[in-house]
Write a protein that binds this ligand. Structure first.
Ligand SMILES: Nc1nc2c(ncn2[C@@H]2O[C@H](COP(=O)(O)OP(=O)(O)OP(=O)(O)O)[C@@H](O)[C@H]2O)c(=O)[nH]1
Ligand SMILES: [Mg+2]
Length: 154
């Protein structure tokens, strides 16, 4: 490969990467809201159980169960729920360790259930909620709205 061709390819890849990054940024600005929820409390107050239960109930809501009635009411559009889906964002490479929801819920829901072990370190987990917009014009021009819920707790 000639030097000029390699340089052209390098520049094209750089431009494409910059374009995708700008597109992602615009998409996030228009369509994504980030809510950061910090769960604090005294030792043994029930923080870990609360976070696990909150995630379990949000996932159930996303699957069409009326697990959080007040939220369902807020998201009701007269004929159905505006909540299209709820999912857990896979662990990212962050400084704060991941809140290991699957292992916590497995323990609580085991045949011989047990409470979670005490925790002494911060951890974090993020959920992504897809919500249909209320406004018909925005719904057609912008598409669905996303809410990223970051939960930080001990
Ligand atoms: N009955 C009942 N007990 C609960 C509930 N949630 C928590 N507990 C009790 O409270 C204890 C502490 O709950 P955790 O969720 O681990 O509390 P935490 O605040 O995360 O505790 P640390 O990590 O040690 O600070 C559990 O081991 C249970 O004994 C609940 O919903 N119902
Ligand atoms: Mg804890």
């Amino acid at each position: 490969m000639g030097r000029t061709t390699a340089t052209m390819q390098f520049l094209r890849k750089g431009t494409e990467a910059a374009f995708h990054s700008a597109k992602d940024r615009i998409d996030r600005t228009l369509n994504e809201n980030v809510v950061r929820l910090a769960v604090t409390g005294l030792s043994r107050a029930g923080k870990t159980v609360f976070i696990t239960s909150l995630i379990q109930n949000l996932l159930a809501l996303g699957d069409g169960h009326n697990s959080l009635p007040a939220l369902s009411e807020e998201l009701w559009n007269g004929t159905g729920s505006r909540l299209l889906s709820v999912g857990i964002i896979p662990p990212r490479d962050t400084v704060t360790p991941w809140f290991d929801y699957p292992s916590k819920v497995a323990r609580l829901a085991a045949e011989l259930p047990g409470w979670p072990a005490p925790t002494d370190d911060l951890s974090e987990i993020s959920l992504l909620l897809h919500i249909e917009r209320k406004d018909a014009f925005r719904r057609t021009t912008l598409g669905e709205r996303r809410v990223r819920l970051d939960i930080v707790g001990v």
